[in-house]
Write a protein that binds this ligand. Structure first.
Ligand code: HH2
Length: 281
């Protein structure tokens, strides 16, 4: 992959230094009752641990554990409930020796999961909550900084942008300034345009086509399109039938400059990327 964008070749991620010489696969594990595609399936620790083991066997580079659904209209949960959902899967994932990310917006959850061995914090709120940057800055964890307009409860009601690509890029640039000011090393930071988070279908497509403009900020870009309504709208498929559409979108995102894809279907994504990179990458 080209380093003409001045992106560090390695992502510092807690116990790991992940080489960015090929696209990385982040496997999603939602330990929630209400996530849009896998809600309820991993609600018991035994089920969650089974899914984790499978994703690691399938070649996930990172697993991303979420204890609160951020789907449009989702009900927020308390920090205690979120942590109680995450803890057993986190402990198992850390022991499996895979890089472990936790998807959370809450500083108290960030502190607790870092103490329990998480290697990465994935914050759909871009570390804007009071105390979030303090919670993560001094750790060695990778930080995924995502753009979201509004809040999950209401974000899809009336998304509006002056110019979606410029607005998202400017937002991420502002957050980078805050992270650098908090002494977060550049090699720890990942950027994400936040597909589906306060965006229309056209906004999502424009952002995916313009990943290069986000990558020009000098950090690896992570993209999550797996099974999302964007794919549903493009293929007219229900959530459980969006694998092929999700693979097509993941490859296109990588072709446009994404370095990490966040997916539910690890084995299929690894295969698609292996074939694609052998020819195009
Ligand atoms: N998408 C979701 C959740 N977290 N984090 C990042 N960085 N990027 C994303 O695109 C992203 C994310 C939503 O998907 P999912 O976790 O499958 O569903 P839910 O929020 O309903 O749990």
């Amino acid at each position: 992959m080209s380093d003409s964008l001045n992106i560090a070749p390695v992502l510092r991620c807690g116990r790991f230094a992940l080489a960015l010489t090929r696209p990385l696969v982040m496997g999603v594990l939602n330990v929630t009752p209400d996530s849009f595609s896998d809600g309820g399936r991993n609600a018991t620790p035994a089920a969650a641990i089974g899914t984790l083991q499978r994703m690691v066997d399938e070649g996930a580079d990172i697993v991303d554990i979420g204890g609160e659904s951020t789907r449009p209209g989702a009900r927020p949960v308390s920090a205690e409930e979120e942590l109680a959902r995450i803890a057993p899967a986190l402990e198992a994932a850390v022991a499996l020796g895979v890089a472990v990310s936790v998807d959370t917006r809450r500083p108290e959850v960030m502190r607790a999961v870092l103490a329990a061995g998480a290697d990465m914090i994935n914050d759909v709120n871009a570390f804007r909550a009071e105390g979030a940057l303090d919670a993560v800055a001094a750790s060695g964890a990778a930080l995924c900084v995502m753009h979201m307009q509004g809040e999950p409860e209401s974000m899809q009601r009336a998304p509006h942008y002056r110019d979606v690509v410029a607005d998202v890029r400017d937002f991420l640039a502002e957050r980078l300034t805050a992270l650098y000011a908090a002494s977060v090393a550049r090699e720890r930071i990942v950027l994400d345009p936040g597909i589906g988070f306060g965006k229309t279908q056209e906004d999502n497509l424009r952002l995916l086509r313009a990943i290069g403009e986000i990558a020009a900020l000098g950090h690896p870009v992570l993209v999550g399109v797996s099974r999302k309504s964007l794919i549903g709208a493009l293929t007219a498929r229900a959530v459980g039938e969006r694998l092929a559409g999700s693979l097509g979108a993941a490859l296109a995102a990588v072709a446009r400059g994404a370095r990490i894809v966040r997916v539910h279907d690890v084995a299929a994504t690894r295969d698609a990327l292996a074939a694609w990179t052998a020819i195009a990458g």
